[in-house]
Design a protein around this ligand. Structure first.
Ligand code: G6P
Ligand code: ZN
Length: 544
């Protein structure tokens, strides 16, 4: 008989899951009982049935192994039948989503703080994904938060740590634990979706790329898929070994943190394609030789060409984008005659649309693109879809972009981030904006006149649930737009995001500098929101 140990506990404040799970400093997670309270709250809410399988994996960051060992013991005590865990505790977020779906698990724990830095003084996170492989929706995360407020015990079994590095099956407190190859299932799936032969052909005829895995989780996946299965030269994948502190960097694939890649792609020595992925492998950065593709444009360009890839032939049902993502994808949807959905920020909002077959491809301005193959965004998937399209069309990234804009027009777009600002200032700024909503229409800011302003609210077309307060939108008569939002993924203070967009029609000025094209929108954002006064910052910390 297995002895279940009941450990008394008291609630911790602030265990609210944010945009993407519970994220805190490692020091916070290291408090005795902190991770346990949250995991037990998840288990209490989802109440595993007989035969339930749980997937556990993470991005390899500092503290991963400690929490995984504990989660395995707790899963045994909470009645799970089996745990599948990636070797070394590794599973990229999209791979975890795939494993949950493939093995019909009841859910999974994904241990990651995504693109946030790792290490003893940095960030950690835990996210629960449901049986469809996607992040738990708000009714689940809300119930988990409620439970964290009343929790008084957690359950475990007294067993030693397992060997996470040895593939195979062991028993923990009467529950089977299977340590699985974290890469194989995912790599096989990619091979089913895309035309690997076509990609192999252009590689053999000299097409080159650099994949920067940022010392994070995609290293082993990229080595296997790009170098071993597709034949790219060894060394194509750089920073390909997952490190607990990501080598001291932010594993965030943007122009600031992947600057080396950007500089290479703008130089004489640029390969044909440059790509990068984040801490847990769900984000992507795409840069062609001399041409950066914004995530919003990438979504539009991939959607316009997705039917080239074998698994998507003739079945683009619809496109979804988060509200702050540019409207470039909307123009493609219109052109192709398929519906477009505008959701709040957060991949979880795409889950219902994907499950219902209403959309095939989704994307966000925050460097996320994905499809109905899993229920997370998927960094390497986006890279492979780009490769598949370039291979079949025999075109460069730059030419594809120019051709796209010539057909659909171009949505000039930038996001300005003000990071780690005081919460009071951030809230004052947002309150100030809300107070202005009714009076903004008709007002002029330089050459721009406001046509509409609102606080974005989303009604899920599948289950009717309403998510209000998802950011302030200011639309102008010329079709340009500013969106203000506070980030839901930071761990310190508040982060203000200002999203700026201006549409330039076909035959217009399609190859200008983004910052110059957005000059009036940037000035209007300051005039409307009082960013300098409220944040004490005269310039953004990051522009993407
Ligand atoms: C994570 C989520 C995305 C979201 C992004 C930015 O990556 O999975 O869905 O777009 O964070 O969120 P934030 O709230 O920080 O703007
Ligand atoms: Zn991520």
């Amino acid at each position: 008989m297995i002895q279940i140990v009941t450990v008394p506990t008291t609630p911790f404040d602030g265990q609210a899951p944010g945009t993407s799970g519970l994220r805190k400093k490692v020091r916070v997670f290291e408090q005795p009982g902190y991770a346990e309270n949250f995991i037990q709250s998840v288990f209490d809410v989802v109440a595993p049935q007989a035969g339930a399988v749980l997937v556990i994996g993470g991005d390899g960051r500092y503290h991963n192994r400690t929490v995984i060992q504990q989660a395995i013991r707790m899963a045994a005590a909470n009645g799970y039948d089996r745990v599948l865990v990636g070797q070394g505790g590794i599973l990229s977020t999209p791979a975890a989503s795939h494993v949950i779906r493939k093995y019909q698990a009841s859910g999974g724990l994904v241990l990651s703080a995504s693109h946030n830095p790792g290490g003893p003084d940095e960030d950690f996170g835990i996210k629960y994904n449901i049986a469809n492989g996607g992040p738990a929706p708000e009714n689940v995360t809300g119930a988990v938060l409620d439970r964290t407020r009343t929790i008084d015990r957690w359950l475990t079994v007294e067993t030693p740590d397992i060997d996470l590095d040895a593939i195979g099956e062991v028993q923990v407190g009467g529950m089977a634990v299977q340590v699985i190859d974290p890469v194989a299932d995912y790599a096989d799936l990619m091979e089913e979706l895309f035309d690997f032969d076509a990609i192999r052909k252009i590689v053999a005829s000299g097409f080159t790329m650099r994949m920067d895995s940022m010392s994070a989780v995609t290293g082993p996946y990229a080595h296997e898929i790009l170098e071993r299965r597709l034949g790219f030269a060894p060394g194509t994948v750089v920073n390909g070994v997952p490190l607990e502190d990501f080598g001291g960097h932010h594993p965030d694939p943007n122009l600031i943190h992947a600057k080396e890649l950007y500089d290479l792609m703008m130089s004489e020595d640029a390969p044909d394609l440059g790509a990068a992925s984040d801490g847990d492998g769900d984000r992507n950065l795409i840069i062609g030789r001399g041409r950066f593709i914004t995530p919003s444009d990438s979504l539009a360009m991939l959607a316009a060409n997705i039917e080239i890839a074998p698994a998507y032939r003739g079945r683009l049902a619809g496109i979804a984008r988060s509200m702050p993502t540019s409207g470039a994808a909307d123009r493609v949807a219109e052109g192709l005659g398929v519906p477009v959905f505008e959701t709040p920020t957060g991949w979880k909002f795409f889950g219902n649309l994907l499950d219902a077959g209403k959309v095939t491809i989704c994307g966000e301005e925050s460097a996320g693109t994905g499809s109905d193959h899993v229920r997370e965004k998927d960094g390497l998937w986006a890279v492979l879809l780009w490769l598949n399209i370039l291979a079949v069309r025999g075109i460069s990234v730059d030419d594809l972009a120019r051709e796209h804009w010539a057909r659909y027009g171009r949505n000039y777009y930038a996001r300005h981030d003000f990071e780690g600002i005081a919460t009071e200032g951030a809230n004052a700024l947002m309150d100030g904006l809300k107070a202005q909503i009714a009076t903004l229409p008709g007002k002029a800011f330089g050459p721009l006149t406001v046509s509409h302003a609102d606080s974005f609210s989303y009604t899920d077309p599948v289950d009717g649930s309403v998510s209000a307060n998802q950011g302030i939108r200011v639309l102008f008569e010329d079709g340009s737009r500013i969106v203000f939002r506070l980030s839901g993924t930071g761990t310190q203070g508040a982060t203000l995001r200002v999203y700026l967009e201006r549409y330039e029609p076909r035959f217009g000025n399609l190859d200008a500098e983004t910052s110059a094209m957005l000059e009036h929108q940037i000035a209007a954002a300051e005039a409307i929101a009082g960013i300098v006064a409220n944040t004490g910052r005269s310039a953004p910390d990051v522009i993407t």
